[in-house]
Structures are given as C-alpha cells and as structure tokens.
Design a protein around this ligand. Structure first.
Ligand code: PMP
Length: 438
C-alpha cells in the first residue's frame, strides 16, 4: 500500500493531520527498536509507538501467538463463552497486581477502561445503598482518554469544551507541576505533597457522602510527564480512606513496566481500589484495555444488589482471543527478559542521558522518571507547540528518530528493550534536533 494522494484521510489522528499538511510521515515496517519507512529508512522509536510497544516491535513470539490463536479460535462472545486465553491472561495480570486487586474486566482501549472504571465506581455505591455518591474527582492536566467519562474527569479543557455538558458533578484537583520549584527534577520531586490536601478542600465543599471516586494517573503522562511529588499518592490514599472514597489509578501509560515496576502503584507503595490499564498489556499489538478490581467491587458491579439483578456492561470485543493471546505472549517476554527490572536498572542511565540535554537552546525544563522523559521547549511567538512539532518532524525526516510531542513538550518513552547505546543514540539525535529548531 502506498501513501494516499488525498491527505485528508480521516483515520489520521488530528495531530498527524495538522502536522502533515504537506507530507505524511509514512511507516511500512517495524522491528525491535526501529520503524522503517516505505523507502527503507530506519527510524529509532523513542516513544514505544504511543507509550505501548514495551517489548519492542514485531516480536516473533507475539506474532506467532496471534497467528496460532487466529487459526484456532478467531472470536468468542464474552457474554456467552469463556476461553482459555482470557482466563489465563486475567490470572497473569491478577498475580502481578498490587494488594487484593484480583479481578480483571477486559475492554478494548484505555478510554473504555476509564469509562468502565467510572461506571463501576458509581454502580458500586448504588449497590451498597449509597446512591448519593455520584460525584467524581479528576485532576487538572489529567488525561483519561476521549470517552465522555474520560473527558469529563480529564483535566484538559480544550478536550472537553466542545462536547456539551458531559458528566455532572466533577471536580478537579490541581495538577502537581511547578517549574519554579521542581525544574530539572529526576524521579519524584521533593516538594508539594501538600497538594494532595486539596482533596480535603473539595470534600469540604461537597460532603464526603456525595463523592464516589477520585481518578488520577500516578504520573500524568500525555500532558507532559509530571511525576507525583513525594508522598502525594500516599496522602491521596489516606484521605480517600478517611472518607470512604474509591481511589482509581489510571495506569494506561504507567502500567507494565514503564516506571520500573509492573504498576506504578507498586513503585509508590499505594494500593488503589481500581487500576485501569491498556497499551503495554500486550505491547500495543491488538487493541485491549482493562480494569483491575477487588472481589467485593467486582461482585457489586457484575451481580447487582442482592446478586439478583445483573447490571449490564460489556463490549463485543471484551477479552478478544487475539488480544489475549498477544497479551500472554507479551507477558512471557516481560517475565523472561525481566524488562520491568531492566527499566528500573536503566532509569539512572536514561536520566543522565536526557538531563544531559540541559543547557541546549530553548530548553526550559527536563523531567525523567522510569523510562519516561519530557523536554519542555520555549514557545515560539507564531504558535504554541510549533517548535516541538518542528522537532518531531525533523526528528523523523532528518535524524531517523520518532518522538511524541504534546504542546511545547517533547515526550519520550522508548521500548523497555532499549540498550544503553540506543539511549545514547536517542539523546544525540535529540541534541542535534533541538539545536536545529533553535
Ligand atoms: N488514560 C491514560 C492515562 C492515557 O495515557 C491514555 C492514552 N494515552 C488513555 C487513558 C486512553 O487510552 P486509549 O487511547 O487507548 O483510549
């Protein structure tokens, strides 16, 4: 297949459309750490696709598992049947999960996982006879996908302003970033755990008995890599416990090794009431998401009051056999190659390399945590994000580097198979690109 002449192709995401008015960036193949263009150029992947290809691209083990599953059982309706791969993957994820989170609800994306988790929270309270708990609390600069639930609790105003009234009764915690205080920090910044106390303020405004759940990404990813200040997540947990509010961690990005542990919950020693996941679960190969909950929440949601009325929620493709087969193969790779531990070991190497870009022209801040990084560039007067978009485009066209940008921020998240040499290669290419866009 070749590039379409008509560049208005609808399936291109909006950022692609905007950036590619002249020329689309096309890829034809991928393997390991690299994408390859139709004319055979090699492009090192500094973003794991879209924070998802944690095991690297086109792993033979995953390809073989998908092929074998397709030849055996192509589809199975989750409302009628179970299949071995679904149970096996759910068990694997439950074993990896923190605390007593041992029930998995499968869906097909991060957005669906978030909407599912919010519905579970509301239903849970209803079934407990506490139907007044309907309020939801998100966070400024939170990203929870593009479903109606996700944009309601999400903290990006432009993502929700054109879409009507959305969910009622949503408040947002302040975001946790302050350049003046935490510029160029590594890992968890020391300052600002008191920000979690803003939850007390919101509770005081509304009465705790009206609040169903708080949802946060442990590390805000898509909005610029904002690691939580020390003690922040622990304090949120304490306040939620105090008032009986459910705490949901959206681990769509942070799950499956990105921060050096299976889930960020483990890194921070906090067990939330629910975890949403997607992306890395099967290394980005087949659309899949899910929600991890404990048994009592599962039972309330799936069985309804007195286990008589069954609540209805589920998707045609929930637990799709191909997604599950890919998931099992990806989890085998993660375990056998110890990729989550690898991310932890490489964290200081990665931090040194990316922080080494400090001092280049227009670099305002650099943040790293796990195998994630962000470089804030100064805005150009012409348009917010123009410099970063140019960096992304030059990276692909001239340097053979794929990065992600969000506003004026370059976001980085290489596959967890990245080597120390490749980290150096990514940093060198970034240095050249940043000088070029000065
Ligand atoms: N939650 C978080 C934290 C995310 O980062 C994303 C995607 N970047 C989503 C939800 C939405 O996932 P999807 O695009 O698969 O719907």
């Amino acid at each position: 297949l070749s590039a379409p002449n008509d560049l208005e192709a609808w399936w291109l995401p909006f950022t692609a459309n905007r950036a590619f008015k002249q020329k689309p960036r096309m890829v034809a193949r991928a393997k390991g750490m690299y994408y390859y263009t139709p004319d055979g150029r090699e492009v090192i992947d500094g973003a794991a696709g879209l924070w998802c290809c944690n095991a690297g691209h086109n792993r033979d083990e995953i390809t073989a598992a998908i092929q074998a599953q397709a030849a055996e059982l192509d589809y199975s309706p989750a409302f009628q049947f179970g299949h071995a791969g679904g149970f096996a993957l759910a068990s694997r994820i439950a074993q990896l999960a923190p605390g007593d989170l041992d029930h998995v609800f499968f869906c097909n994306s991060g957005s669906e996982a978030v909407d599912t988790a919010l519905k579970i929270a509301l239903a849970y309270w209803n079934v407990q006879g506490q139907g007044s708990r309907t309020r939801l609390i998100g966070r400024e600069r939170g990203y929870h996908g593009v479903g109606f639930g996700g944009i309601s609790v999400g903290g990006i105003v432009k993502n929700r302003q054109f879409f009507g009234t959305l969910l009622a009764g949503v408040d947002h915690l302040p975001h946790t970033y302050n350049r003046a205080e935490q510029a160029f920090s590594r890992g968890e910044p020391e300052w600002g755990a008191h920000l979690a106390d803003e939850l007390e303020r919101i509770v005081a405004l509304h009465d705790a008995s009206t609040i169903a759940a708080v949802i946060v990404e442990p590390m805000a990813g898509s909005t610029g890599v904002l690691p939580p200040p020390k003690g922040y997540l622990q304090r949120l947990r304490q306040i939620c416990d105090k008032y009986g509010i459910l705490l949901i961690f959206d681990e769509v990005i942070s799950g499956f090794g990105r921060l050096g542990t299976t889930f960020a919950a483990e890194r921070y020693g906090v067990v939330p009431d629910m975890i949403t996941f997607a992306k890395g679960v099967n290394s980005g190969t087949v659309p899949m998401g899910g929600v991890l909950v404990r048994k009592s929440i599962h039972d309330a949601f799936m069985k309804g009051p007195d286990h008589v009325i069954e609540l209805f929620h589920g998707y045609t493709y929930s637990g799709h056999p191909l997604a599950c087969a890919a998931g099992l193969a990806a989890q085998d790779i993660y375990r056998d190659e110890k990729l989550f531990e690898r991310a932890k070991t490489l964290e200081p190497v990665w931090a040194d390399a990316i922080h080494g870009l400090k001092g280049l022209p227009n670099v305002l801040d650099i943040r790293t945590i796990g195998l994630v990084g962000a470089i804030d560039l100064a805005s150009r007067p012409d348009a917010v994000g123009a410099r970063a978009y140019e960096a992304m485009d030059r990276g692909f066209q001239e340097e053979g580097l794929m990065i992600r940008v969000t506003g004026d921020t370059i976001a980085l998240s290489p596959p967890l198979i990245v080597t120390e040499d490749q980290i150096g290669e990514i940093a060198d290419k970034l240095a050249r690109i940043i000088r070029k866009v000065a």
